[in-house]
Design a protein around this ligand. Structure first.
Ligand code: G3P
Ligand code: CA
Length: 264
């Protein structure tokens, strides 16, 4: 039985709750992170963005519109871009009611709060840095926040902390300034040449599940890289990526993945 006592290799397979267990609680909230623990995840994936005053908040979209009540609280601030709001303003918002009344009043977490919740629940962190292009300093600021806590600072060698991004520049910055940190390149199916390049600074390649195949997993492994795939929600997709040999599965339904691994 999966006890949620912490990230661990289970026949080399890691279960990652996507934006927390986002099928069961509002994505990227502390409630979703706690639910990830209850649903048998080893890690939780979360997205971070910077506010106007440089804080990191946990938010997937570039705007606050879909997952908060920003439109009602700040009707004149269209299009409600995260980067145009201060942390104090964002903290006035409700990030739970859109999902359901049981989650009314759930705040937008800061990165620090999210990491604390993951630590308290024995979960690892797969932190996706959503950065504006040409802002290499963002990666360094992110490292500063994470490295402030010894629990996360020393976590590079195991599966406790992985930093991922679609932005290769940001990842190179992380690799240079936080040696030992595990980083993951998000994206497509890379050629052998691209994988050789990626392997210089990243430890992982994380493609969409439709990009996964057994030969591609082999190529990635041959370059000394591991692979987590996203966002794997249906039973057939879960079965397929397990068969193809990925190292981790990122899903809105971590309990569903756990069920497949139990019978695999
Ligand atoms: O973990 C990878 C996945 O989260 C990337 O896509 O749009 O859900 O951030 P997105
Ligand atoms: Ca993400």
């Amino acid at each position: 039985e999966r006890t949620g006592t912490g990230p661990r290799m289970r026949s080399s397979m890691i279960i990652v709750a996507h934006r927390g267990a986002s099928a069961y609680a509002p994505e990227n909230t502390l409630a979703a992170l706690r639910e990830a623990h209850r649903r048998g995840a080893d890690m939780a994936e979360l997205d971070v963005r910077q506010t106007a005053d440089g804080a990191f908040v946990v938010m997937h979209d570039p705007t606050l519109r879909r997952t908060t009540n920003a439109g009602a609280v700040f009707p004149e601030r269209r299009p409600w871009r995260v980067c145009d709001f201060t942390l104090a303003e964002i903290r006035r918002l409700d990030a739970g009611s859109w999902y359901g009344p049981a989650f009314a009043g759930e705040p937008v977490p800061t990165l620090e709060e999210a990491l604390e919740t993951l630590k308290d629940n024995g979960l690892g962190a797969l932190v996706e840095l959503k950065v504006r292009r040409r802002d290499p300093a963002a990666a360094l600021r992110l490292i500063g926040r994470i490295a402030a806590d010894p629990h996360w600072r020393g976590a590079g060698a195991d599966s406790r902390l992985i930093l991922q991004s679609f932005d290769w520049t940001a990842l190179r910055g992380i690799a240079e300034h936080l040696p030992g940190a595990r980083t993951a390149v998000l994206g497509t199916t890379y050629s052998r040449l691209a994988l050789r390049r990626v392997a210089r600074y990243a430890s992982q390649v994380n493609p969409h599940h439709l990009r996964v195949s057994a030969p591609y997993v082999r190529h990635v492994h041959e370059h000394g890289l591991t692979m987590f795939s996203w966002t794997v929600n249906t039973d057939s997709a879960i079965r397929r990526v397990i068969r193809d040999g990925v190292d981790g599965i990122i899903s809105d339904y971590p309990d569903r993945v756990a069920g497949h691994l139990a019978v695999a």
